[in-house]
Write a protein that binds this ligand. Structure first.
Ligand code: AMP
Length: 302
């Protein structure tokens, strides 16, 4: 089993969906990611929070065994994100992004963290992603996520880090925006030309696809009749994906396919409630049961 390191946001999110709202709830790309991945392996979190960050949120991560030695409490306010969704839950509208303590966060990773074999550069400033990557010692697999905020605002820096990763895990709108190509299949090919060996494109309620070296693989999304809040679906998808790879300590084509299904499984739980509420009630047996349901969902020969 390999350990897994993540750098990304730890946030207080205010989110409105057609079904309700949450104010200053626990969120952030690295939070969702590490919580989901903690069901599979040991996760080391690199991030910063302000002095206003509630201790109970840290306890939640600690209780899941997440290693917080790379989490810095900085002088200032925690990262905040305000977003909303319409009936099309696939697209978040960002109303406000306050980087706060992330604006001048310069992590210096303790030696044991630098040797972590599996690395996830979750959605955060690309310079920070690159800074962490440069501190790692020969990682086995590096994957990266990003979003429109950084594709628009820091394109050059983003392309620099994308060129150095093995797998890009992004959503469909971001893939089109990054590749400057409306056709998703062509966009996937363009992204492979930027450096990564594989690209995993998340498509919300339409599932996900992976492209690598001329091969495609598709999974559906789990059919749910109640989706409350899609926030964090992408990050927990990545948590299931990387968590499974790290646990199995394999990165061959079969492991990548199974990892995508575990990603889809974890995302399907997250959206059933606000914030991390569903994940905090989740048990490992439920993950395995839903994984088995996925296999049935795509079985062609009965
Ligand atoms: P997703 O999995 O794509 O729904 O990601 C949702 C999470 O991303 C939220 O919990 C936010 O706190 C976080 N987030 C939003 N904007 C940014 C940003 N510009 N950089 C880093 N994290 C962000």
């Amino acid at each position: 089993m390999g350990d897994l390191l993540v750098v990304g946001s730890v946030a207080l999110d205010s989110v409105k969906t057609p079904f309700g709202q949450a104010t200053e709830a626990l969120g952030g790309s690295a939070t969702y990611f590490s919580f989901a991945a903690s069901f599979f392996t040991t996760v080391r979190l690199v991030a910063t929070v302000g002095e206003d960050f509630p201790g109970e949120h840290l306890a939640l991560l600690k209780n899941r065994g997440v290693d917080l030695s790379g989490l810095q409490v900085s002088h200032g306010k925690t990262f905040r994100w305000v977003g909303e969704y319409g009936y099309d839950l696939n697209e978040a509208r960002t109303l406000d992004t306050q980087l706060n303590v992330f604006a001048d966060f310069k992590p210096s990773l303790p030696a044991p963290l630098r040797r972590t074999p599996f690395v996830f550069l979750a959605n955060i400033a690309p310079e920070l992603q690159l800074d962490v990557l440069r501190q790692m010692e020969r990682p086995r697999l590096v994957a990266l996520d990003t979003m429109n905020f950084w594709i628009e605002g820091k394109r050059d820096e983003l392309l620099e880090v994308v060129a150095e990763v093995d797998v890009l895990v992004i959503n469909d709108a971001e893939a089109r925006q990054l590749a400057r190509e409306p056709n998703l299949i062509k966009a996937a090919r363009t992204i492979l030309g930027l450096g990564p060996r594989s690209v995993v494109i998340k498509r919300g309620e339409h599932g996900a696809l992976m492209a690598s070296d001329g091969h495609f693989f598709f999974v559906p999304a789990y059919p749910l009749d109640s989706v409350f809040d899609p926030t964090g679906a992408g990050d927990t998808f990545a948590g299931g994906f990387m968590g499974y790879l790290a646990r199995s300590d394999r990165i061959d084509a079969g492991a990548l396919r199974r990892a995508i299904v575990y990603g889809a499984v974890m995302a399907s739980f997250t959206v059933e409630d606000f914030s991390l509420n569903r994940l905090t009630r989740l048990r490992s047996e439920e993950i395995e049961r839903r994984y088995a349901a996925f296999r049935d969902l795509v079985r062609v020969d009965l």
